[in-house]
Write a protein that binds this ligand. Structure first.
Ligand SMILES: Nc1ncnc2c1ncn2[C@@H]1O[C@H](COP(=O)(O)OP(=O)(O)OP(=O)(O)O)[C@@H](O)[C@H]1O
Length: 399
């Protein structure tokens, strides 16, 4: 798929912008702070209704305006659809496809798919578990847009259950009756664990699907890496004993929630569920890696240990891992049968020449690649396609 036209109204720094786009590579070049990322961020927003740079919509609306509009003509299998989102911070966003309003804005998710590489990706490796959960959930929803509803339901149930836990915990500490709150709590336990079981099953299946793609992607971006160096493993907040189906996982969650009832009431928060999970990223170094810390004397000769990336990997390895996670996502989506739009936001300035060329070669075959760079010379030759100059609030195509 590719975007053939982008229209912005009051999005970020743009009062209005119209940009015609083509398949293949397009580079947006301009000095810092001129609005290059704002353009590609708009397309990414359309794909998932969230931005790779901020957690809320307010910063996406031009200062002084109260709503923003992003519209894109998206070409897929030769047919064009016009997708539009109206961002209304503090109120519901609206979405339209070919001018027809959708009942819920989130139904637009997945109609255009993007994979964004950006310097912010380092948080996938170095950041909190919430950054990695977000990575997984974004990818889940892009592959199966109906899961946007499951994700939203889980967040809503979690918020309501947490506020009930607080009330019930306060009643317990004040020795007043908590019977009513506890009865209601068990209803929310059922909701949380049912939706949580579904989300957990989907995440575990996604990690299994992503694993071989990640191993291959890491080997292609990290110089001298072995075939099995990069690994990822889903780390749930409870013992799941090989459970894989949504039903089995919901039952395991419910048993654990009941077991930890006292702790949850004391702390006033839900301590079990997909919102407490993490994705463990680890690196081995060459063939035979994998013994890990704690390997016994029988494991001689000792292989270099497999280590977590967070806290152990070098800066270059961390970067390669983050790039590999994005590349793996791209390859997985592509094998699902759709070529997502690749966005390389400011990444080339972070890489040395050899790795720039390597990454460019890996992505040059994508149907559409959008690149932003402050310095034109940073964009590798393999991606020298159409070029736009971005500056002074304008986006001008280079002749
Ligand atoms: N909501 C907003 N309203 C008005 N201006 C905004 C808003 N959000 C961001 N900006 C402005 O947009 C500019 C940043 O644009 P953008 O991030 O696209 O820059 P860039 O060209 O990609 O720069 P760099 O090369 O440094 O990454 C900043 O000057 C910022 O002040």
């Amino acid at each position: 798929m590719h975007v053939s036209h982008l229209t912005l109204h009051d999005f970020r720094s743009y009062a209005s912008a119209e940009v015609a786009l083509e398949p293949g590579a397009t580079a947006f070049i301009g000095r810092n702070g001129q609005g290059k990322t704002n353009l590609v961020e708009a397309i990414d927003y359309l794909s998932r209704l969230s931005s790779h740079r901020v957690a809320s919509d307010a910063p996406l609306v031009r200062a002084g305006a109260d709503q923003a509009v992003v519209r894109a003509a998206v070409v897929r299998d030769g047919r064009t659809a016009v997708l539009e989102v109206e961002l209304n911070p503090g109120r519901s966003n609206r979405a339209r496809v070919n001018r027809s309003p959708l009942p819920r804005a989130r139904e637009i998710i997945g109609l255009v798919r993007t994979v964004v590489f950006s310097p912010e990706d380092l948080v996938l490796v170095k950041g909190d578990p919430s950054d990695r959960r977000r990575f997984l959930d974004d990818l889940l929803v892009l592959r199966a847009p109906r899961l946007a509803g499951v994700r939203a339901d889980y967040d809503r149930v979690l918020r309501q259950r947490n506020s009930l836990l607080k009330t019930a915990g306060q009643a317990r500490r004040g020795s007043s009756s908590q019977e009513g709150a506890l009865a209601t709590l068990s209803v929310w336990d059922d909701h949380l664990t049912r939706v949580g079981g579904e989300l957990l099953a989907e995440r575990i299946a996604l990690v299994d699907a992503l694993r071989p793609y990640l191993a291959r992607a890491y080997q292609s971006v990290a110089r001298g890496a072995g075939r099995d160096d990069a690994e990822l493993e889903y780390r749930p907040s409870l013992e799941i004993d090989g459970a894989r189906s949504a039903g089995e996982l919901a039952a395991a969650l419910l048993a654990e929630v009941e077991r930890r009832r006292g702790d949850e009431l004391d702390r006033g928060v839900s301590l079990v569920g997909p919102h407490r999970d993490d994705l463990l990223l680890s690196l081995g170094h060459g063939a035979g890696a994998g013994a890990g810390p704690g390997a016994g004397p029988d494991d001689e000769p000792q292989a270099p240990p497999r280590l977590p990336v967070k806290g152990y990997a070098s800066h270059g390895e961390s970067w390669s891992f983050a790039l590999a996670l994005r590349l793996a996502s791209y390859d997985l989506l592509r094998d699902d049968g759709d070529d997502p739009i690749l966005i390389l936001d400011d990444v080339f300035a972070e890489l040395d020449t050899e790795r720039r060329e390597q990454l460019a070669d890996l992505v040059a075959g994508a149907e559409q690649v959008l690149v932003t760079a402050a310095v034109a010379a940073d964009v590798p030759k393999a991606l020298a396609g159409v070029r736009y100059l971005v500056g002074g609030g304008e986006v001008r195509r280079e002749p």
